[in-house]
Design a protein around this ligand. Structure first.
Ligand code: ASP
Length: 328
């Protein structure tokens, strides 16, 4: 029997605690996630491919200024925006990614162009930007990516000498910034994973990276196997301190535990998040397996997240203490 199609999305993990927002702001986040799930579940019910559904979900997340990707991207230390994105088709293992691109309205569409229109998997910087221009990607002026909220985050990060949620200790070791871990210092990335009616899996992710990151810094999001991965068993998209996720190869590690170790989805992702924690990292992931199982674990205070099946309820949550039935 073909499993019911499923879509899971996230808008970033971080120390998102109750009381950090007004109820109006909280509703905006929930409504944005819900609208994306509604659109995705309709598309899945109409037979759309997992690849198209994750692409569309990430485009919508990128277009929404609330999330740190595309329009709402975080600032680098130079006051610019450098965008990273990736996409992977589980049934063919085709993948594409862009890193450090500037001015591209929807980096995930750029990642898809790399996957479909180039012989490469990962393209970066000016070469990637030129390729996307030539392929007809939409570009926006710097003002499109500007937001007072993100600029305030940059000023605060500069003052504190931190980037994203990371701080430099005297010993030179990178440790989590201890206080205040709140909405203003949260991490952020967006991602989507889906299983379609024909049992195909796909994953997509996009980010502005960490606030105050050095120009040229690339996180896990566009690194296939670190922040994004899909094969015939599982699709995974991560969020959190990218440096840790790269070092652990988190998304590919989940797939490997299932493929080679016969692990259950739950065991594979639980171990992956525990490993991130052991390195001192914070973050989370979303994953869908070929049986239609869905799981959205994280070890930070919260994660903007949601999931739905092609038929049935849409589930949206933000905080860590919200019961969402991790596995459906
Ligand atoms: N993983 C992203 C990065 O390191 C940031 C995030 O997910 O919050 O670029």
């Amino acid at each position: 029997m073909t499993p019911q199609a499923v879509l899971a999305i996230h808008g970033g993990a971080g120390e998102i605690v109750r009381g950090a927002f007004s109820s109006e702001a909280e509703r905006e986040f929930r409504d944005a996630l819900d609208a994306i799930l509604e659109q995705g579940s309709r598309a899945l019910a109409q037979g759309a491919t997992a690849l198209d559904v994750v692409t569309q979900a990430v485009v919508m997340l990128e277009d929404c200024p609330l999330f740190n990707a595309g329009r709402g991207a975080a600032y680098t230390s130079a006051g610019t925006h450098e965008l990273d994105a990736a996409i992977m088709n589980g049934s063919t293992r085709a993948a594409g990614a862009v890193a450090c691109v500037q001015g591209v309205r929807n980096p995930v569409l750029g990642a898809r162009m790399v996957m479909e229109d180039s012989p490469h998997v990962l393209m970066v910087g000016e070469g990637a930007t030129a390729f996307l221009r030539e392929r007809g990607a939409i570009f926006e002026p710097e003002s499109y990516f500007h937001s007072e909220r993100r600029l305030a985050q940059l000023r605060e990060a500069r003052e504190k000498g931190v980037f994203g949620m990371l701080a430099e200790q005297e010993a030179g070791r990178i440790v989590p910034l201890l206080s205040p871990l709140d909405e203003r210092t949260k991490m952020g990335t967006v991602g989507a994973v889906a299983l379609d009616r024909n049992g195909r899996l796909a994953s997509a992710a996009s980010t502005g990276g960490l606030t105050n990151k050095l120009p040229g810094r690339v996180g896990d999001t566009p690194v296939i196997g670190a922040g994004c991965y899909a094969d015939e068993n599982v699709a995974v998209a991560c969020t959190g301190m990218g440096e840790m996720f790269i070092r652990l190869g988190v998304a590919g590690g989940v797939a490997a535990r299932i493929r080679h170790g016969g692990a259950s989805l739950e065991a594979a992702v639980t171990e992956a998040i525990a490993e991130v924690g052991r390195l001192g990292g914070k973050g989370g992931l979303i994953a869908v397996d070929r049986a239609g199982g869905v799981i959205l674990p994280f070890n930070s205070g919260g994660m903007y997240r949601g999931w739905t099946r092609s038929e049935g309820a849409r589930h949206v949550a933000i905080y860590g203490d919200e019961d969402m039935a991790g596995r459906a």
